[in-house]
Design a protein around this ligand. Structure first.
Ligand code: RIB
Ligand code: CA
Length: 303
């Protein structure tokens, strides 16, 4: 399956990108970057760093620095660290992003691979909204957009109502949900059922020293946040779960429903059901154990 990952690396983004590299059913066409866990220039540098670590020529296209409407953005330093990779801050890269914006990169690839390209969006949805604005045929050209975002039947992780990726650009999310695109929403309802614990990270380091070792190094900060703030002894495989919802939908229970997003007030960023929809599927259940096993299996098999 041809996939572009729209990302804000980020610890769990790094996990998802390594997973995508190791999954034989995924042909990774590129990474597009957005603000979110970090500023966009850091997201781009981090995406290049991950691609270089994988030794693959994966194009990286830089995208949005700010949300569509709000004019500020605060990176999630307490969750992902000052540079996005926990305590690891010596992030040097030799490559450069491609000379095309994220939205233009998405539009061109959707045209070139009409009906065959899936976009897995694991950052605020600004680049996706920009692509929809840029090309009216984008929504038809793209096969589906699988989004890590939202908390439909469970509390949020930024506020009691909102999940981070939607909260950081609720206007973009509203435009994407209203676009008519084939959408799968894999939100906290399912991504918190796929926890990765300290021992899993240790196993990754032991069995896959390069990539797993890196995840173990950057994961410590992320796990500490989950422990101290959320009282959890593991971290959700948020972004990897969205990738797996894209390639293995049979592991998820899905409900077709329209979605709306609260654009102001205390519920800002809340994703709620809104009437029927033929094109939006919300993941309401998951075989979390199988998703987690699949994740570990792929990471461990890629030393
Ligand atoms: O709410 C989890 C999401 O927000 C993940 O994509 C994580 O990387 C952060 O961006
Ligand atoms: Ca992310």
């Amino acid at each position: 399956m041809k996939i572009i990952i729209d990302t804000d690396p980020g610890v769990d983004d790094a996990m998802a990108i390594f997973y995508a590299h190791a999954a034989e059913e995924i042909e990774l066409l590129g990474l597009t970057t957005a603000f979110g866990n970090v500023f966009v220039h850091q997201a781009t540098r981090n995406a290049l760093y991950l691609a270089e670590m994988l030794g693959k020529d994966i194009p990286v296209a830089q995208g949005a620095a700010l949300p569509l409407v709000f004019d500020t953005h605060e990176p999630s330093k307490s969750v992902h660290g000052p540079e996005g990779f926990g305590d690891f801050t010596e992030i040097e890269v030799s490559g450069m992003p491609v000379d095309e914006s994220a939205a233009a990169f998405l539009v061109r690839n959707a045209q070139e691979h009409q009906g065959k390209l899936a976009i897995v969006a694991i950052a605020p949805l600004t680049n996706i909204a920009d692509a929809i604005r840029l090309d009216p045929e984008f929504t038809d050209n793209v096969a589906k957009i699988v989004i890590m975002g939202g908390a439909v039947d469970c509390p949020g992780n930024v506020t009691p109502f909102a999940e981070a990726n939607i909260y950081h650009d609720p206007h973009a999310a509203a435009e994407v949900f209203a676009s008519g695109c084939e959408i799968v929403l894999a939100g906290l309802d399912v991504t918190l059922q796929t926890l990765c614990v300290l021992d899993d990270f240790a196993q990754m380091a032991a069995m896959a020293p390069k990539t797993g070792g890196f995840l173990n190094d950057i994961g410590k900060y992320y796990l500490k946040f989950y422990h101290e703030i959320a009282g959890e002894e593991g971290c959700g495989l948020h972004d990897s779960t969205a990738l797996i919802a894209c390639t293995h939908p049979e592991l998820f229970r899905m409900e077709k429903t329209g979605l709306s997003v609260a654009l102001d007030g205390p519920e800002l960023g809340n994703t709620v059901r809104a009437g029927p929809s033929e094109t939006i599927s919300v993941c309401t259940g998951v075989d979390g154990e199988t998703v987690k096993d699949l994740f570990m299996q792929r990471i461990l098999s890629n030393p």
